[in-house]
Design a binder for this molecule. Structure first.
Ligand code: C2G
Length: 459
């Protein structure tokens, strides 16, 4: 017979309130020793909790400060509850009755007890009372606009009601049809001169720099499709301007914010495959001529696509030291590029992009003890496999998500603004510089070549 009864419970405990405390007190009263599992950010995002305001460290601290809590652990994945129950020899699993039925399967491991939830209080309510909703305006009207709007509906702290595009008729048509966009603008200054506090820019790559600069100067936070700029000094200028104006500037690289992608980075940093020596990632898209004008294609495969493989390479291996390009061109622009970069400790990055050649869009990360394979399309990371010399030890990580993945990025952007933060840990300003180094360097070399040819022609 055990001398003490152990109870376990789990939760996010964002902005710890009376409802949480009452639940924990009653849970403790069921026995002698109370273990509380606090969910980490990545796990919360993977289970659809996108609007948590406090970070894991802060939430753990709040729970640790309660004298009736005996032990705090971190919950990082779906199957952890059963594992914890065996590890801590748990007698009772207690949880609020908003979860009735959901955890019946755990009766196999322990006794499951649903406790009445406290009415009238919730983290959602507190967030709504304490933080303003972010009013966001969309810049550009393209193929991705509707998806962005649809995905933003899953993020509770953001509201989209304005759009800008120089095409007056297109704006008019769009606002008439849309259930959320009420105001359309064909003048950028007028658009910026409204109550919006943030913009999302998705236009031709050549116009990003100018549109971002004006938005920052108007005091707006900016989320913009990558590349933010096409010349080296322009990117640095934008980042320092954002710092000066105290606004957030973030590249809209959705992969960087996906739960599986972040889990992968955690696993790698914990050494799951030893020391990483090579990262290889491919992204190819054959854009249909009827949907995309020649001017889009003329931006070149490297400018259009390289940010994604560069994200993986730079996030894992850090800064690229020297970069070699093996490009194939067509009438002055590249339709494919094999980009090889060197990194700390001699590690090698291989990024392949193409708009004129089709290939397998997967990624392989090789280390001294094993390798990770992310199946195509790796940039919509959901699943990844870890392989070792001994195949029996292989592991699969699975983080399915709904929609097209944009909601995680929109949630991070709006949560940072709400919290008054100006840097995302998932995509820092130095990550953005590192990721863009590849295409900026490529553009610089191309421009030099062009100038040489012109000079020869004229001379
Ligand atoms: N709770 C409550 N009364 C409220 C609000 C919350 O009793 N007014 C309870 C919930 O039922 C839950 C705990 O407080 O048992 C923590 O709630 P959340 O922070 O919302 O966490 P939740 O998403 O319910 O996490 O693995 C995580 C768990 O499955 C539950």
């Amino acid at each position: 017979m055990k001398d003490k009864k152990t109870i376990i419970t789990y939760g996010t405990y964002d902005m710890l309130h009376k409802g949480h405390m009452r639940l924990l007190e009653r849970a403790k009263a069921l026995g002698d020793y109370l273990i509380v599992g606090v969910t980490d950010e990545n796990y919360d995002r993977s289970r659809g909790k996108l609007n948590v305001v406090e970070n894991t460290k802060k939430r753990i601290k709040s729970i640790e400060s309660l004298d009736f809590v005996d032990k705090v652990i971190v919950e990082t994945h779906k199957n952890q509850k059963a594992e914890d129950m065996l590890e801590y020899d748990v007698d009772i699993f207690a949880i609020g009755d908003d979860w009735v039925g959901a955890f019946d399967y755990l009766n196999e491991f322990t006794h499951v007890e649903y406790l009445a939830r406290t009415e009238g209080i919730s983290s959602t309510k507190l967030r709504a009372e304490n933080f303003d909703t972010i009013k966001l305006g969309i810049v550009g009207l393209g193929r991705g606009t509707q998806a962005f709007i649809d995905e933003s509906k899953f993020v509770s702290n953001v509201k989209i009601n304005r759009i800008y595009s120089p095409d007056f008729l297109a704006v008019k048509k769009f606002t008439k049809k849309s259930d959320v966009i009420k105001y359309g603008h064909d003048n950028y200054d007028d658009f910026l001169d409204t109550s919006i506090s943030a913009v999302y820019i998705d236009t031709a790559l050549t116009s990003h720099y100018k549109l971002i600069k004006e938005a920052i100067k108007a005091g707006k936070h900016v989320l913009c499709e990558n590349p933010l700029a096409l010349h080296k000094n322009e990117l640095k200028e934008l980042l320092s301007l954002a710092k000066e104006e105290k606004v957030l500037l973030l590249s809209a690289l959705k992969t960087a914010f996906l739960p599986a992608f972040n889990q992968l980075l955690t696993e790698l940093s914990e050494g799951i495959i030893g020391e990483v020596k090579e990262v290889r990632a491919t992204r190819t898209t054959l854009y249909k001529e009827k949907d995309y004008p020649e001017s889009f294609m003329a931006q070149g495969a490297t400018n259009i696509l390289s940010s994604y493989p560069s994200l993986l390479v730079n996030k894992i291996l850090g800064k690229s030291k020297n970069i070699t390009f093996f490009d194939q061109g067509f009438e002055g622009y590249d339709v494919s590029n094999l980009i090889v970069s060197k990194h700390k400790g001699g590690a090698v990055g291989v990024s392949r992009v193409a708009t004129g050649i089709k290939s397998e869009g997967d990624a392989v990360i090789s280390g001294t003890k094993g390798y990770v394979h992310i199946p195509a399309p790796w940039w919509l990371t959901k699943k990844f496999y870890v392989h070792f010399e001994d195949e029996h030890k292989s592991q699969t990580f699975n983080y399915e998500f709904d929609g097209c993945g944009l909601r995680y990025m929109i949630a991070e952007f709006s949560s940072l603004i709400q919290r008054g933060e100006r840097k995302s840990k998932m995509l820092t300003p130095s990550d953005m510089v590192g990721i863009n180094r590849v295409l900026l360097e490529y553009n610089e070399r191309k421009n030099k070549e062009k100038r040489k040819i012109e000079k020869r022609k004229n001379g």
